[in-house]
Ligand binder design. Structure first.
Ligand code: ADP
Length: 248
């Protein structure tokens, strides 16, 4: 498999709502296997950025390249998801009346539909893949429990597992630690670190403790633009960042 220089290259993206630039000439890159945190105050443009990458919104200006070659702005949301870009929203889509295993089974089937997915006999390979994912997200002991019986943190991990079933090259994760206990937050950081390497992971987050635990490169967004990039220590020492973001 050809290894691209960049998994993601957001190139000069501007997106306005009624003349207000939510994204203003935004550019940044994500390298293969990289774990990157994107932080910024409310209204910085983080959600709009995710929406543009995943094809939910079209930018007014600029391009978004995936694996150096595909311009995502030319594709729709469903196409982009199928290309190997997984997006985890804050609110999990775990089905409460299905078991952990069944939820993963369903995710593996993708859009083949619930009925077909659950009554279609899995191949040995598919079973192995689900087992691997269950193990990775730390739910081996919960495999036969209903989604509805899981804790908030466990639901989030299951959701990440469901996305991993699609084998994405790029995983976009929106505030995974929101509402989690300290221990769950720690485990989530560990999980995302483990997932990266083989895949690229972009985490939008504003919990500083969590970002510290991720121990990864950070991009600071402000007014739809990159204000600073570097390690957490570097961006925390940046004058402009202190002024707009940390100077609370
Ligand atoms: P963040 O996720 O960093 O909090 P957003 O991307 O949600 O930031 O929003 C960036 C700015 O764009 C905000 O000022 C927000 O009010 C504005 N915005 C976002 N989406 C819309 C929309 N659909 N219509 C009008 N304004 C919007």
């Amino acid at each position: 498999k050809h290894i691209p220089q960049h998994i993601l290259y957001v190139d000069g993206v501007t997106k306005s709502f009624d003349g207000f630039k939510a994204l203003n000439d935004l550019s940044f890159v994500v390298k293969p296997g990289e774990l990157r945190a994107i932080i910024g105050p409310n209204g910085a443009g983080k959600t709009t950025m995710m929406d543009v990458i995943t094809g939910k919104l079209k930018p007014d200006v600029g391009d978004v390249f995936f694996r150096d070659s595909v311009d995502l702005t030319k594709h729709d949301e469903a196409d982009i998801a199928n290309m190997g870009i997984g997006r985890k929203f804050q609110k999990p889509t775990v089905i409460e009346s299905l078991t952990v295993f069944e939820n993963l089974e369903l995710a593996l089937a993708g859009n083949r539909g619930v009925f077909k997915a659950l009554f279609h006999k899995l191949s040995g390979e598919q079973n192995r893949r689900i087992d691997e994912v269950i193990e990775l997200v730390g739910l081996a002991e919960k495999r036969h429990e209903l989604g509805g019986a899981l804790s908030h943190g466990q639901k989030q991990w299951l959701e990440i597992g469901m996305l991993l079933n699609q084998e994405p090259d790029l995983l976009l994760v929106d505030e995974p630690a929101a509402g989690m206990t300290d221990h769950e937050t720690e485990l989530t950081a560990k999980l995302l670190k483990e997932i990266s390497g083989k895949r690229s992971v972009v985490v939008v987050e504003h919990d500083m403790e969590f970002i510290k635990a991720l121990d990864c490169p950070v991009t600071v967004l402000h007014e739809g633009h990159v204000l600073a990039e570097g390690t957490l220590e570097q961006v925390q020492a940046n004058e402009q960042v202190i002024e707009v973001y940390l100077g609370r």
